[in-house]
Design a binder for this molecule. Structure first.
Ligand SMILES: NC(=O)c1ccc[n+]([C@@H]2O[C@H](COP(=O)([O-])OP(=O)(O)OC[C@H]3O[C@@H](n4cnc5c(N)ncnc54)[C@H](O)[C@@H]3O)[C@@H](O)[C@H]2O)c1
Length: 442
């Protein structure tokens, strides 16, 4: 293994500022480079549901040794350590994990408000990164993350694992190859029904002694502890997440961007509200977003993209609870994690249209395990992984833009090249957020 040293001054000059008293402590920073046959030493930051899932598949490859697990919630940290048969050392504070020179790569599976800071710090510390989706909590964070990966020459895979599924790759081929003609609309949706209970409204209380709630909050505003705002259900609160539009929406909208060969919408129009669920969540129970996209290189035409989420009715198009459906001049193509179906349009024969019953079905394929394997391959080869950080910044941005339109209650125009809403100071303000000191992006 070859280590290239970068100076401590360089490290401190760059992007992230942690608590001065807890700043990265030991020696000079290193950039790790893994040889073709080396085992890869990893650390896990954020050991909840997805962190454990990511770790399981990493271990299953037989190519990694997990040396460390950082999580401010002790039960999750301990469970992840058990998955390593006790081999990993536990940390409360991820900065101590990043200080270790023997770790080549990290998994970051923290809540969304805690993706950018450890990811950028990991890049600065010379580690490659597997960071969960959505890439970031704000658009500005996402851009900083792209820059950090480039500056420190790091391999970064984002956890949009559908990109590694063979049947999703096939669907992209079908759309790009013109199998359904010119696509005028792509619909995405995720629906469920939590009515009437929803999320329990709990009184403020004290966090248990096995939970460092202050570190869990990190850059988020200080608030009294309520369990429901933290583990797993954080995604229904704006301080920690973009709601379901960035949670599931990133997975779904990413496939549309990919298949259509586009990066960003031209306009965004979101509507919805908390109409029937009288619970403690902040995000809407009903949401509809319509995006106007500029011409796709696939069709040469503009097209629309829709995202819809319902939390109080579970029915979706053709009975699917979630999915992606492309509507083209020659056919309709549905895909979810279990497979795809292509229904051709009726064939034009002279002045008539004749029904075409040649429906094509494709089986689902494994996604998460090949995604992890692709990351490890790229750590060795230094190639771009399937869900590289720059592309996933764009895919994550689609959901984040929808959230901004929803919060402002109006249609927005987006300049993707400048990453700005032209002449719209109110909307541009929402491209970033306040960070609770001492955390922040600088
Ligand atoms: N790729 C996928 O399909 C997929 C599926 C589920 C979740 N996710 C993503 O994974 C992330 C985590 O989601 P989850 O459902 O596992 O949430 P979770 O609440 O179960 O787990 C998050 C863990 O991060 C820990 N954490 C918080 N702050 C931390 C810090 N500063 N340092 C270290 N650990 C910290 C929490 O204590 C918790 O154990 C989210 O961004 C989510 O969007 C991805």
């Amino acid at each position: 293994m070859v280590n290239t040293k970068i100076s401590r001054r360089d490290f401190h000059k760059s992007t992230v500022l942690g608590a001065a008293s807890l700043a990265m402590s030991a020696g000079p920073m290193v950039r790790n480079v893994v040889g073709a046959n080396d085992r890869i030493s990893i650390g896990l930051i954020g050991a909840g549901g997805m962190g454990q899932g990511d770790l399981r598949d990493m271990l299953r490859t037989g190519q990694v040794d997990c040396l460390a697990v950082a999580d401010p919630y002790v039960p999750n940290r301990d469970t992840a350590i058990m998955l390593t048969n006790g081999a990993a050392k536990g940390y409360n504070d991820f900065r101590e994990l990043l200080d270790r020179k023997d770790i080549d790569a990290v998994i970051i599976a923290t809540p969304d408000h805690w993706h950018a800071i450890p990811m950028i710090m990991a890049c600065q510390a010379g580690k490659d990164v597997y960071v969960e989706k959505p890439l970031s909590h704000t658009l500005v964070e996402g851009r900083h993350m792209v820059q950090a990966a480039e500056k420190y020459n790091r391999v970064v895979q984002v956890g949009t694992q559908q990109r590694s599924g063979a049947h999703f790759q096939k669907v992209v081929e079908l759309v790009r190859g013109g199998s359904i003609g010119k696509v005028t609309l792509a619909e995405t949706w995720i629906h469920g029904n939590e009515y009437p209970v929803g999320l329990e409204c709990q009184p403020d209380t004290q966090a248990p002694p096995w939970f460092d709630y202050n570190l869990w909050l990190g850059p988020a505003p200080d608030r009294p502890y309520k369990q429901v705002r933290t583990l797993r259900t954080f995604r229904w609160f704006w301080d920690y997440s973009g709601g379901i539009l960035t949670d599931w929406g990133t997975h779904l909208l990413d496939i549309v961007n990919w298949a259509m060969g586009v990066e960003a919408p031209r306009t965004i129009s979101a509507m919805g509200g908390k109409y029937v669920l009288d619970d403690c969540r902040e995000t809407p129970d009903t949401l509809d977003v319509t995006y106007e996209y500029p011409a796709s290189p696939v069709s040469g035409k503009d097209f629309l993209v829709r995202f819809s989420n319902r939390v109080a009715n579970s029915h979706g198009p053709d009975g699917h609870g979630y999915g992606i459906q492309f509507y083209g001049t020659d056919g309709t193509l549905f895909v979810d994690r279990d497979g795809y179906t292509l229904w051709p349009e009726a064939t034009r024969v002279g002045p008539d249209r004749v029904a075409n019953h040649n429906v094509i079905h494709g089986e689902g394929s494994s996604q998460h395990y090949p995604h992890v394997v692709n990351f490890l391959d790229c750590v060795r080869s230094r190639q771009k992984p399937h869900s590289d950080v720059a592309t996933m910044h764009r895919s994550t941005s689609v959901g984040l833009l929808g959230d901004i339109s929803y919060k402002l209650g109006r249609k927005l125009t987006w300049d993707a090249e400048r990453e700005q809403f032209p002449d719209d100071a109110e909307a541009n303000k929402l491209l970033t957020k306040e960070y609770r000191k001492p955390w922040g992006l600088i």
